[in-house]
Design a protein around this ligand. Structure first.
Ligand code: BYC
Length: 321
């Protein structure tokens, strides 16, 4: 790839055709490579939304940390919630390589100018919700994110490799938790079923609007940021979940689920896109709570950021003496 500022500066068309050729050849675009402004902006938008989802996503589960039913479950959940914070860090780091700092992105999140995943605007009402989040929400996240490991932008793709490994552990812990509940007492089984009933449809919405309403998909796929469309990934997820639900001894809340022999896929019922749009507009059950808690956490953490900056300054001064 042509780098900015090399000797004998070529014209902009040369940069653009080098970029197009690199994308066509499945090469990675790296931070110092020339890239179209719109490619950079799309990446910042998607990576920021993804990073915000990770840190907001800590909240619904952290809600159960103090009430986990055993020390083992508490330790597992604690590790998972910490992993989400780490994912946020990798992703804010990837956005930084595009010239956008974490402060700016957090400011946009706190003022509602950037989105986070719709899924985290739903409440975690029972312990089984921790299992449903692991199985369905992390399961949907993996389905969406494994192809992002082949994203054309190097730092994002590399961050996704680490994230997917951890998400895979998250998904399994949720599945195992639900399996134990499903095979437990009648009340535990009912609690697991209730959680699946509430999380199934919002999980399908995580993949984004249908393809014919997806504003960014075509361009993002041409740039090989996205490798599959929203509907393709949603279908893949449904196909994975149906036999898993059966193995769990639980049902998915969709009377229209049918195996389609010809298509080789599970047909599923209509998604309530009105609900999705309402949640995106800020009218989901927990939108206000999530953002106000996030703002408060940020304000409460100001002294930690100040202390870390002062420490870094001191070390730099000591090193330059
Ligand atoms: N929620 O043109 P489209 C996780 C927005 S997992 C909110 O299809 P795109 C975790 C979209 O941003 C969740 N907004 O967009 C798991 C766009 O709005 P703007 C995070 C959504 O980008 C467990 C508009 O709708 N994962 O973190 O081509 C525990 C039109 O959509 C949603 C990622 O972010 C939604 N569900 O495709 C803890 C994965 N869907 O920006 C944490 C990376 C769409 O024009 N992201 N919108 O205002 C992606 O793969 C893509 O951004 C999406 C959407 C598939 C989500």
């Amino acid at each position: 790839m042509a780098e900015r500022g090399t000797d004998g500066e070529p014209g902009p068309e040369t940069y653009e055709s080098a970029f197009d050729a690199a994308v066509a050849a499945d090469e990675r675009i790296e931070p110092r490579d020339w890239m179209p402004d719109a490619y950079r902006a799309t990446l910042v938008r998607q990576i920021a939304q993804h990073a915000h989802s990770e840190i907001i996503g800590m909240m619904p589960e952290a809600n159960w940390l103090s009430r986990a039913p055993s020390l083992r479950r508490k330790a597992i959940l604690m590790a998972k919630v910490q992993d989400e914070a780490g994912h946020g860090l990798y992703l804010y780091g990837a956005a930084e390589t595009l010239g956008t700092g974490r402060d700016e992105l957090l400011d946009k999140l706190h003022s509602g100018r950037q989105k986070y995943s719709s899924i985290f605007n739903y409440p975690t009402l029972t312990w089984a919700d921790v299992g449903a989040i692991g199985w369905l929400v992390d399961g949907a996240a993996i389905t969406n994110q494994v192809p992002l490991c082949r994203c054309s932008y190097g730092p994002y793709a590399r961050a996704m490799v680490r994230i997917c490994k951890e998400e895979s552990f998250h998904q399994r812990q949720g599945y195992e938790l639900l399996l134990v509940l499903s095979r437990g007492t009648d009340a535990q089984h009912a609690m697991a079923q209730d959680a699946i009933d509430r999380w199934w449809w919002p999980s399908l919405m995580m993949f984004g609007p249908p393809d014919d309403e997806s504003a960014h998909s075509a361009q993002s796929m041409a740039w090989k940021i996205k490798r599959h469309s929203n509907d393709e990934l949603r279908q893949r997820f449904v196909d994975i979940c149906v036999p898993q639900a059966e193995a769990l001894g639980l049902t998915l809340p969709d009377p229209d689920l049918r195996w389609n022999e010809e298509a080789g896929h599970w047909d599923f019922g209509a998604i309530d896109w009105g609900e999705f749009k309402a949640v995106l507009k800020g009218n989901g059950p927990c939108n206000e709570q999530r953002i106000s808690q996030r703002r408060r956490a940020h304000e409460d953490g100001a002294w930690v950021r100040d202390a870390a900056a002062a420490h870094a300054r001191k070390r730099q001064e000591a090193a330059s003496r």
